[in-house]
Design a protein around this ligand. Structure first.
Ligand code: ATP
Length: 346
């Protein structure tokens, strides 16, 4: 990806054309990005896209094959994980099963040879911070999945690392608990101001949690930006489709329709519009496209309409199920509309 300046005054971590090969297989190619101090960056992509590999290279657990990694302006490419000193929370909880909650949290502090009094204070503080009061003397197997993940977070944050790396920490939790832990993580991030780099393959999780999202596919960085930037202005079709439902119209099929194209349309052959930005047209709408309803799915407050354009392309949009206005049935011919600024060419 070619991007604007990736380094600024607040840049803490920088990857310069970082690559990783396992034998002849390129797991990552030419990744350049900067992470600002205190930011919450998510690494998002499908399975096998290279996110975990990149996180492991940041932490010093996997050597890079090419390029450079920098920390606060210094070349850290060959530093060990210990020298970098980042906190790490893994997919499984990786707690010590024979140690209590308090002993698990104390472990990295003992390794650092902190004084006994310091350790006792810090452990109590961390137990409270992650909401585990009353559980300090329990062994991990006596805790729920969410509680175990809290211990792992407390242990990783106990020695106040500058950077916390998290690899799909909530993937084993059920949906409700996952939402709760996401909230907790946001709160911890707000309170601590630590830099978080968070791997996930869940786009909603990435959009909800992060200050910026880096999207990976097949070992290449596709785009990096705020959740709104990557969702509303995806750099390419992969990113557009990976982040949510998207209506794709070929510009060739639109040549007869009275449509105002976005400014970058000349360089591309496809127009993209998110379903929530499309509606049934009224006479005053500028952009109008005829379509036929193919299917209608009742969703309670809304109905999802699946439509087909005259060029044979599929569209989706949501219809608000208001009083007295039934959603159009299959077979209805109608026109759809959208506002030009909500469309983009890719
Ligand atoms: P997931 O969400 O499934 O963990 P990911 O995006 O984190 O996926 P990685 O685990 O970084 O992907 O893997 C990227 C690619 O590198 C995959 O094709 C994987 O098979 C390959 N790979 C990872 N580790 C090794 C290894 N030690 N040896 C060989 N190939 C590897």
């Amino acid at each position: 990806m070619k991007s604007e300046a990736i380094v600024s005054d607040t840049t803490q971590i920088e990857a310069r054309s970082v690559g990783k090969k396992y034998g002849k297989f390129h797991a990552l190619r030419d990744v350049s990005l900067g992470v600002s101090e205190g930011e919450f960056l998510s690494l998002l992509g499908p399975s096998g896209s290279g996110k975990t590999t990149f996180l492991m290279m940041l932490g010093g657990y996997e050597p890079v094959t090419s390029g450079q990694l920098r920390l606060d302006g210094q070349d850290m490419t060959t530093w060990s994980a210990n020298q970098r000193g980042f906190g790490m929370v893994f997919q499984g909880y990786a707690l010590f099963p024979h140690l209590t909650v308090a002993e698990n949290i104390a472990f990295p502090l003992k390794v650092q040879k902190r004084s006994k009094a310091q350790i006792v204070d810090r452990v109590a503080q961390m137990v409270e911070m992650v909401g585990l009061d009353g559980h300090a003397d329990k062994k991990p197997k006596a805790l729920s999945g969410g509680q175990q993940q809290r211990v792992a977070l407390a242990r990783a944050l106990a020695y106040e690392p500058k950077v916390l790396l998290l690899d799909e920490p909530f993937s084993a939790l059920d949906k409700n608990l996952r939402g709760q832990m996401q909230e907790e993580l946001r709160r911890l991030h707000r309170e601590l101001g630590t830099t978080f780099v968070f791997v996930t393959h869940d786009q909603e999780e990435a959009l909800a949690l992060s200050s910026r999202v880096a999207i990976f596919n097949q070992g290449a960085l596709q785009q990096i930006g705020t959740p709104a930037e990557v969702y509303e202005r995806p750099a390419n079709r992969f990113t557009a489709e990976f982040l949510g439902d998207i209506n794709i119209l070929s510009l060739a099929g639109l040549s007869d329709a009275p449509i105002e194209l976005p400014t970058n349309a000349a360089a591309f052959d496809t127009l993209a519009i998110r379903p929530e930005h499309m509606r049934l047209a009224t006479d005053t709408d500028a952009n109008q496209l005829p379509a036929t309803v193919r299917d209608r799915v009742y969703l309670g407050s809304k109905s999802r309409l699946l439509l087909e354009t005259r060029a044979g392309e599929e569209l989706m949009l949501y219809f608000d199920n208001g009083p007295g206005v039934p959603p159009p049935a299959a077979g209805t011919e109608l026109r759809v509309a959208w506002n030009t600024p909500d469309s983009f060419a890719i």
